[in-house]
Design a protein. Structure first.
Length: 181
């Protein structure tokens, strides 16, 4: 997949670990939704437990429905705690929004599962193949996997609200998106 004029815009918020990217995407998505933009997708919320691990949730931007995507693995486990069942259930939100033909699809992140071609990658590629602009987040530690899987597609964005609004203004004007920038 190469980045070219015929491909819909892909915004990739490139960030360091724990850079507040979940809150950034949530705030950005909410701001567009609140001004009438037909935006859909999933944002992530993580809640730290006393043991230092986090419970992870995906939240449907349109409905607010919450999906648990982490599973308890017990003390001392260092395995990935991603719950594939919860992730599969949440992926239905993306499929619904793709069928709806949203102006912008937000996919919470490209991380470990996606770097292996799993996770939400099929929905991301489906949206792109249908011409839907996509916004996601990418930790620097997965940059080489992103480049290998996508051919380096997308515009790398700083983890900054004004950067996301600048990107969306350019997308909205290029695609005559039916929502404000």
């Amino acid at each position: 997949m190469s980045d070219n004029e015929d491909m819909p815009p892909i915004g990739v918020v490139l960030h360091d670990e724990d850079a507040g990217c979940d809150e950034l995407l949530t705030s950005f998505a909410t701001s567009l939704r609140d001004v009438g933009c037909d935006i859909g997708g999933l944002v992530q919320k993580s809640i730290k437990r006393p043991d230092g691990r986090s419970d992870m949730f995906l939240i449907d931007i349109r409905t607010g429905q919450t999906f648990g995507i982490s599973q308890p693995l017990g003390q001392g486990s260092d395995s990935c705690c991603l719950d594939p069942g919860g992730l599969a259930e949440a992926s239905g939100v993306l499929r619904r929004e793709i069928e709806h033909g949203v102006a912008l699809l937000v996919i919470n992140k490209f991380a470990s599962a996606e770097s292996d071609g799993r996770g939400l990658v099929p929905e991301m590629f489906e949206a792109i193949s249908r011409g839907i602009p996509v916004l996601t987040a990418l930790s620097r530690r997965y940059r080489s996997q992103w480049d290998a899987l996508t051919g380096g597609a997308g515009e790398m964005l700083k983890s900054d609200p004004s950067e996301l609004h600048r990107w969306w203004a350019a997308v909205a004007s290029r695609d005559s998106a039916p929502c404000p920038a």
